[in-house]
Design a protein around this ligand. Structure first.
Ligand SMILES: [Cu+2]
Length: 233
């Protein structure tokens, strides 16, 4: 029986690997930089993205992993990017086409490497991009995640041109809505050093707590957009 059990476990693991996902690479104004590769050993990686090892969706809106995934506390490197420049996040094999894409930033400090000593938990986060249902109906319409898949599994945002320079976390968050009334969260964070001549920072009224923001605001996510009651992937 042992070999059979082992192969069953491997089959389950590989379907989980194929099923969910996250960002593996970023294009910083056209230059590809590695994120964390969760399928490989952490040692020797040169990631601008905080390490994440959890392929499962986060469903608890109070989970500490909601900030930058699990463990989400460390990246080897940061990427320098001009204010106003574009950053693309690459999600190889992203499987869900029903759901939203939200991109957040949080200020770490003035020094280039300041995000290394900034946790990110709490009321630090401002949205720079959000997209949900783009056209059509809930079940057959085009959602942001469908657009992401159609666009070679990438999502592009622009760092606000007038943003004050300094170190920032950029947090991409996919909110999959294919399971009725059970939103799934897939966050990852990158370490950036923004260079520019702007001096604008979002006021307090624009800052949200993570975790916490979806708990306060959860009703918009309690939709029945999926086609079935099961999480099949
Ligand atoms: Cu999934």
């Amino acid at each position: 029986m042992a070999p059979l059990i082992r192969s069953t476990v491997i089959a389950l693991l590989s379907s989980a690997v194929a099923g969910h996902g996250g960002i593996w690479n970023y294009s910083i104004a056209g230059d590809w930089r590695p994120g964390f590769f969760p399928y490989y050993p952490a040692e020797g990686q040169h990631s601008i993205q905080r390490h994440w090892i959890d392929f499962s969706p986060i469903v608890d809106t109070t989970s500490p992993a909601l900030v930058c995934n699990n463990p989400g506390d460390y990246a080897e490197e940061y990427a320098t990017i001009d204010a106003g420049a574009e950053i693309q996040a690459y999600y190889p094999g992203w499987p869900h086409d029903i759901g939203a894409v939200v991109v957040w930033m949080a200020y770490c400090g003035p020094d280039a490497g300041a995000c290394s000593s900034f946790n990110g938990t709490g009321r630090h986060w401002f949205k720079i991009d959000e997209a949900g249902l783009l056209s059509g109906g809930m079940r057959e319409g085009l959602w942001a995640q469908g657009k992401l898949i159609a666009n070679n599994n990438t999502w592009a945002v622009t760092v606000p041109e007038t943003l004050r320079g300094g170190a920032y976390l950029m947090r991409h968050e996919l909110v999959a809505l294919h399971v009725p009334f059970k939103p799934e969260f897939y966050p990852e964070c990158a370490h950036l050093y923004v260079v520019g001549s702007g001096d604008e920072v979002p006021g307090e009224e624009y800052l949200a707590s993570i975790p916490g923001v979806w708990e306060d605001d959860g009703k918009e996510l309690l939709v029945h957009a999926g086609v079935g009651g099961e999480h099949l992937c």
